[in-house]
Design a protein around this ligand. Structure first.
Ligand code: HEM
Length: 493
């Protein structure tokens, strides 16, 4: 009898919980954009392919339109799909959607640094970092010289491979790593430096793990999964090692700091910290500085490095495109002069290829998540404060009208009928608005100069028949991760 009573009580309890959950969902969804019905607790996870969430978003957009709502665990997510909706969110509602949607593996950094900062210090840290990057490293000319110097080292290093096969991940990655390390820490590494290789390994592993199905699941159900073992813990451990490196550099800089003569971004941040010494709630604490430096180091290395690596694989698949690039380089730059930014004006084909690489590889297909900073009226819906907002970038880069045959790699997407470079407003791999990538100018300069320098000196040689090269990413999640490969570079005489 007692057992029956307990069973009934349990059933009533479960039924009440379910009813409350359904009621809460209906109540809070009243004025939200449409979306598939969400199951209690699981939400819409069954409607997502965890191996390719961006593709699931595209399918859902075909059913529910360019603005739709999903529920995953306790997270309410509004997805924007297509040029108009994405631009409207990023540019017409700049402030309302400028928060950073929480990524649970980065929970520890949710109010520090730039990239994952959703706290009150984000605006000041971003503004100040941008201004020092502009004055310091990112001023056009200084960066051009910096990249040109590194291009020279990269070419020398490639020459040392003597036509033998090698994995380009760290060799190529070292160039963007050194460019940003010079801006941040006034430091450059040898291409076989153990510390540099370790840091690049951490960046690379994190970018990969972040894009795996398990971490997609973890990031949406962390309330339930946080105590389990798994690769989310590895990401956190790696991140803490990267942060520790940045902290050590900051401490080292502090010991020899001359406020009147800052050497790099670290010094500028430390000078600000000194100025704020007597403030009650300082922004530029040692902790915030080290996370800011780690953010810039990671974001500034892995993105550009992956783009270059993916780009070389694409060029190996299409030797006729590589051939045209050699022809343009020989005509405009010649065999010895180091490529410069002004060459871009006379090199529409290279410009188009670099754009097409970025479009095609779709590095961050679902952008980095944003968050509504207040209740916001959008296209007749109310998007409550705290809602995660995803302005997808692949929906612009793979727009069928703007880029016919978007699944194909075609430099013509960025060329007009006279062979001149054709601008497209759909080209937004760096996003737009208040959170737009801080390193866009630097990254674009690096891609153009480094790729030009590599092709000026070398022919690419694939180990397999170009036709058999598979360009599909190995995993798609936070990023689109290129397949691992080896290549040979043969000096051009
Ligand atoms: C091919 C290279 C790159 C691509 C495709 C890229 C793309 C992006 C994207 C899509 C975002 C998110 C924007 C948003 O939330 O709306 C972002 C943010 C960011 N990027 Fe980049 N990026 C690249 C290179 C760089 C470089 C070289 C740096 C370093 C100087 C950098 C630093 C940052 C930072 C600090 C943020 C966070 C901005 C914020 O939250 O306010 N990125 N990037």
């Amino acid at each position: 009898m007692a057992a029956l009573g307990i069973t009934i009580a349990l059933l009533v309890w479960v039924a009440t919980l379910l009813l409350i959950s359904i009621w809460k969902q209906i109540y809070s969804s009243w004025n939200l954009p449409p979306g598939p019905f969400a199951l209690p607790i699981l939400g819409n996870v069954l409607q997502l392919d965890l191996k390719d969430i961006p593709k699931s978003f595209t399918k859902l957009a075909q059913r529910f339109g360019p603005v739709f709502t999903l529920h995953l665990g306790s997270r309410r997510i509004v997805v924007l799909h297509g040029y108009k909706a994405v631009k409207e969110v990023l540019l017409n509602h700049k402030n309302e959607f400028s928060g950073r949607g929480e990524i649970p593996v980065f929970h520890e950094y949710k109010d520090k640094g730039i990239v994952f900062n959703n706290g009150p210090t984000w605006k000041d840290v971003r503004r100040f970092s941008l201004s020092i990057l502009r004055d310091y490293g990112m001023g056009k000319q200084r960066n051009e010289e910096r990249i040109q110097r590194e291009a020279h080292f990269l070419v020398e290093e490639l020459r040392k491979t003597q036509g033998q096969p090698f994995d380009p991940t760290f060799l190529i990655g070292c160039a963007p790593c050194n460019v940003i390390a010079d801006i941040l820490f006034h430091r450059r590494f040898d291409y076989n430096d153990k510390k540099c290789l370790r840091l690049m390994h951490l960046f690379n592993e994190n970018f990969y793990l972040l894009s795996t199905p398990w971490v997609q699941l973890y990031n949406n159900f962390s309330d339930y999964l946080r105590y389990l073992p798994g690769s989310h813990r590895k990401i956190m451990k790696n991140l803490s090692e990267i942060r520790q490196y940045a902290l050590e550099r900051a401490k080292e800089h502090l010991q020899s700091l001359d406020s009147s003569c800052p050497r790099d971004v670290t010094d500028c941040l430390l000078v600000e910290m000194e100025k704020e010494k007597h403030r009650q709630e300082p922004i530029f604490t040692m902790e915030n500085i080290s996370v800011t430096l780690a953010d810039l180091f990671f974001a500034g290395t892995e993105t550009t490095s992956t783009t270059l690596r993916y780009g070389l694989l694409i060029l190996m698949k299409y030797p006729e495109i590589e051939e045209k690039l050699h022809e343009e380089i020989d005509r405009v730059i010649g065999p010895t002069r180091i490529p410069s930014v002004k060459d871009r004006l006379e090199m529409p084909y290279m410009d188009a290829v670099v754009h097409e690489i970025q479009r095609f590889i779709n590095l961050l297909p679902s952008n980095v998540p944003h968050e509504a900073t207040k209740d916001t009226m959008f296209r007749g819906y109310v998007i409550p404060k705290g809602t995660i907002v995803i302005p997808t970038l692949d929906s612009l880069l793979y727009d069928k009208q703007e880029f016919p045959d978007p699944e194909k790699f075609k430099p013509q997407h960025f060329l007009n009928e006279n062979g001149k470079f054709k601008y497209s407003d759909y080209f937004k791999p760096f996003s737009a608005g208040k959170r737009v990538c801080v390193g866009e100018g630097l990254a674009r300069m690096e891609l153009f100069l480094l790729l030009s320098a590599i092709l000026q000196h070398f022919n690419l040689k694939s180990l397999t028949d170009p036709k058999d090269i598979d360009l599909s990413p190995v995993t798609i999640g936070f990023g689109s991760i290129p397949p691992p490969y080896k290549l040979c570079v043969i000096p051009r005489l």
